[in-house]
Design a protein around this ligand. Structure first.
Ligand code: SAH
Length: 483
């Protein structure tokens, strides 16, 4: 695994001062299960490149119980991608080798850490779901992102690309310490094979520390936080809250027009909500659009190609999913014939070009009975549906979706009953919609989601949806289950 950082700032050899590493010397430091070598392949006053080469020893990984769990095949513990890919080992090496630079200190040249420099970083190689995923993570930070996909096996091109990319980032004017922090946080986020990576309170602190200046504004901050903390709900939610607190203190006095007043499923307007650092909702964006946008975004982040929309209603999510070119097929199912007719009309299915029409199956069915057509999908969305099922039938729903259909990921949204006290028109215990059979508090939803995940071999985490109110949370909640 090789990381290089290049600058053309003049004199380029300032990079040596900034990194606290002399361009003339090769230096080696020990990290868990290997070594990191730091050297300069080029160091002229026009152009200077520092390289960090990770030399991971797979045998030492096994000895230290830090390698893959080995559940795949007999020699997996020894034969794996760890030595070759950018993983949390790179972050460890960065913070060990370039600690002074990451903290923004430079004794000899105190002006340098704040200087905005033209910098280029290359990582070979990095695992990612897609080139778009790399774009989505680095482009919002101002980088020009170039990716090179690598074939799974160059001797058998028919097998297609692997999940490994060479990543090149170029920034015209960035502080070196920011570049290092971006890599430090985002590299472990991308590596899903990083099973050895131990999460504890300290990791959450590191994320808050290294992400403080840029993560709250990042459009994918929830995804980054979740992945960095390996979806451990006990760390993810408090960390997100603290991260966002740093951005803007909650206020309770926003005018009501500035609120995402639910227009479809949530027909009541909140009297007061807390200013939302969390959701980039425009004043006009309603809560339902916000939910659907987030679910469509999460499906795209998961890289799903075959998607179920269960309880699709009039097809609002389908419309969003059709815009995602990675999605090959959508099966949208609803129990209501009337809703399906409406979806046909709203989506103009009859006028769709044949190729587009082939991407979509709109069909009638019930989520309470096993349906073999639902098997073989990467992701299933169940948006504002479970609260329409009798609570006593949820066990049947669970069987149908999690035991029989078993999509790679399941995304379920439902109202958060804790928030209902903010709706003036709603008296205590009343639901937001006449057809709702129940509305769960955050604790109830979390308990159910954890139980389902445990029973069926999924990992689950919950995201708030909409503006977060103090005490009451956000108006809606999204549970994401991943196998
Ligand atoms: N997901 C859509 C619609 C939500 S409204 C959206 O977000 O816009 C709830 C939908 O669930 C309705 O369309 C209703 O017909 C459907 N539904 C209720 N019970 C169902 C069941 N048992 N199986 C399938 N769909 C069901």
């Amino acid at each position: 695994m090789l990381l290089t950082i290049t600058t053309t700032h003049q004199p380029a050899t300032d990079l040596g001062y900034l990194l606290h590493k002399n361009p003339a010397r090769l230096q080696t430091i020990d990290i868990a299960a290997g070594q990191a070598h730091i050297f300069y392949p080029e160091a002229s006053s026009e152009r200077c490149t520092a390289a960090l080469l990770l030399d991971i020893d797979p045998i030492a990984l096994v000895r230290n119980h830090r390698g893959p769990a080995g559940e795949g095949f007999a020699l997996e513990q020894y034969v794996n991608d760890r030595p070759y890919v950018a993983s949390s080992f790179l972050s460890t090496a960065l913070s060990k080798a370039f600690n002074t630079a990451m903290n923004g200190t430079c004794k000899d040249r105190p002006d340098l850490p704040d200087a905005l420099l033209p910098l280029e970083a290359t990582v070979a190689v990095i695992p990612a779901a897609s080139a778009e995923q790399l774009q989505g993570l680095f482009a919002p930070l101002g980088y020009e992102v170039e990716t090179e996909a690598h074939l799974l096996d160059p001797t058998v091109p028919a097998w297609g690309n692997s999940r490994y990319f060479t990543l090149r980032l170029r920034h015209p004017a960035v502080r070196l310490r920011d570049l290092l922090s971006h890599l430090y946080v985002l590299i472990p986020v991308l590596d899903r094979g990083d099973k050895h990576y131990w999460i504890n309170e300290a990791e959450a602190e590191k994320l808050l520390h290294r992400g403080a200046t840029w993560l709250p504004q990042h459009p994918q901050r929830e995804f980054i936080t979740r992945r960095y903390l390996r979806n451990l709900a006990q760390y993810v939610n408090p960390t997100l809250e603290r991260l966002l607190e740093g951005e803007s203190a909650p206020t309770d006095d926003l005018p009501t027009e500035a609120l995402p007043a639910g227009e479809t499923t949530d027909t009541y307007t909140p009297t007061s909500v807390v200013n939302d650092a969390h959701t980039p909702a425009s004043p006009k964006q309603n809560l339902h659009d916000l939910r659907l946008d987030r679910v469509a975004e999460a499906i795209s982040q998961l890289g799903a190609q075959r998607v179920l929309d269960l309880g699709c209603g009039e097809g609002k999510l389908v419309r969003r999913l059709l815009k995602n070119p990675r999605i090959e097929h959508i099966l949208a199912l609803d129990v209501s014939w009337q809703e399906l007719q409406r979806a046909q009309e709203r989506l103009h299915v009859a006028e769709m070009p044949p190729r587009q029409r082939e991407r979509l199956t709109l069909t009638q069915g019930s989520l309470l009975y096993h349906d073999p057509r639902l098997v073989g999908y990467d992701a299933a969305a169940v948006v504002e549906v479970i609260e329409h099922l009798d609570e006593s039938r949820l066990a049947a729903f669970e069987q149908v979706v999690f035991a029989r259909a078993r999509p790679g990921a399941v995304l379920i949204t439902t109202p958060n009953a804790d928030y209902n006290q903010r709706y003036a028109q709603l008296s205590a215990g009343e639901f937001r919609h006449l057809d709702h059979r129940f509305e769960w508090t955050r604790a109830q939803f979390a308990e159910w989601a954890n139980g389902v995940a445990e029973r069926h071999g999924y990992r689950a985490w919950i995201e708030p949806l909409g503006p977060i109110g103090s005490e009451v949370g956000a108006p809606s909640q999204l549970a994401i289950f991943e196998q």
